[in-house]
Design a protein around this ligand. Structure first.
Ligand SMILES: *Cc1c(COP(=O)(O)O)cnc(C)c1O
Length: 401
């Protein structure tokens, strides 16, 4: 496929072309000084992704180090309780406890192939920072993680984890001192250091080629799940495929595997307090055009939810496009529903989900109980369990006290 063919030919979740457009969303809205770095990265990824040797090394690393393939698990007791057949794609069982390992190992291998020796990353709750520090340690690369000063105080344990892994955490004191500002600092670092540095961006957001690269690196989640579901369902695809959405990488990777499964509805679930699809309006932030939480003056609003990993005020541009063309639907879950789903899965299946992943489960529970048209009695629902809940247990204990 040549550049642009996917977008032009109407292939859903194909190659977005050299302008990185998903319909009216995406693009590369960056200062002149960043354009060469983005173009170098795009060319390098295009070549690597077409190179069987690169793909083989990624696959074997994700197997021997990352714990792939992760299983799909039937949930008989949860299914009985909800009246729908629930299957879970178990990213909680991947190394570091979430899907983030797929992205960071891929980008670290790409950086090494480009001759770069240093990774920079942004992090909000700290999870992508920890993942990047993990990959940097594995490949002996220097690693600097930008983290809003407010977040470094809220997430002390993750700061320690990153330091343990050999990374340097730089607190960001500009703006609201949170994730949004950390992205800006990481971009600034990259412009100045691009000779030896790769910016390892954490989700399907930012300027082209990042939304495309991260979706392709997470596609393994959906590709594996499609095959595994077929084996379980006698060749059929699930009726509904559900994933939680922060920036949207675990959802994009999951959806990519089912994009052409016309009998599978795709549902992304955002935190009610950070619902860029439900409450956002189109605008430009961090180099991309997408749906953003903003006030009438265009000021970016802070997202708020019990799950720090879903606190991004925007959503990846491809999700805005999938909604616009009607291929995927976006829903929200409230903190109260998420807490209930967190306990429900723990109690019925012996799996403690990440609070982020509990958003997807919370929507399934509500839809099943309310008789939503997508989740009729007897439907088969695949939920991507993006991560494990150990990190959230202390917080949930306090919230329930
Ligand atoms: C980071 C994270 C998310 C949110 O990121 P996406 O890019 O939307 O996938 C969701 N779940 C877990 C467990 C995470 O660590």
């Amino acid at each position: 496929m040549t550049a642009g063919e996917g977008a032009a030919s109407g292939v859903i979740m194909g190659d977005p072309g050299d302008r990185g457009r998903f319909g009216e969303f995406g693009g590369r809205f960056v200062p002149e000084s960043l354009v060469p770095a983005c173009m170098e990265l795009e060319a390098a990824f295009r070549a690597a992704w077409a190179d069987p040797a690169f793909r083989d090394e990624l696959t074997s690393t994700l197997a021997s180090y990352g714990g792939r393939p992760t299983p799909v698990t039937e949930c008989p007791r949860l299914s009985a309780e909800l009246g729908v057949r629930v299957l879970l794609k178990r990213e909680d069982l991947a190394h570091t406890g979430s899907h983030k390992i797929n992205n960071v190992v891929g980008q670290a291998l790409l950086a090494r192939r480009m001759g770069k020796t240093r990774l920079v990353a942004e992090t909000g709750a700290g999870q992508h920072g920890v993942a990047t520090a993990t990959a940097a340690a594995r490949y002996g690369m220097a690693c600097v993680v930008y983290m809003g000063e407010v977040d470094t105080a809220r997430q002390e344990l993750n700061v320690f984890r990153m330091e343990l892994l050999g990374a340097e955490v730089r607190p960001v004191t500009s703006g609201s001192r949170t994730l949004k500002d950390a992205v800006n600092e990481a971009l600034r670092d990259w412009v100045a250091t691009v000779e030896d540095t790769h910016y390892c961006l954490g989700s399907v957001m930012g300027p082209h080629p990042y939304p495309w690269i991260v979706r392709e690196l997470q596609r393994v989640v959906g590709d594996e799940a499609r095959q595994q579901c077929r084996a379980i369902l006698g060749g059929a695809d699930p009726d509904v495929v559900v994933a939680c959405v922060g920036g949207g990488s675990n959802a994009a990777g999951t959806f990519a595997g089912f994009a052409d499964a016309t009998s599978s509805a795709l549902v992304g679930v955002e935190a009610a307090g950070g619902a860029a699809m439900a409450k956002g309006i189109p605008g430009v932030l961090h180099g991309m055009r997408s749906n953003l939480m903003q006030d009438e003056a265009g000021q970016i609003l802070e997202a708020e939810s019990i799950s720090a990993g879903l606190d991004y005020p925007g959503i990846g541009p491809e999700h805005a496009h999938l909604a616009a063309i009607g291929r995927a639907r976006y829903e929200t879950a409230t903190d109260a529903e998420v807490l209930e789903a967190f306990q429900l899965l723990s109690r019925t299946e012996g799996i403690i989900p990440a609070l982020e992943s509990a958003h997807a489960l919370a929507w399934v529970a509500r839809a099943a109980r309310s008789g939503d048209e997508l989740v009729r009695s007897g439907s088969t629902v695949l939920v991507t369990l993006s991560g494990r809940g150990d990190k959230d247990v202390a917080q949930v204990r306090e919230l329930l006290a």
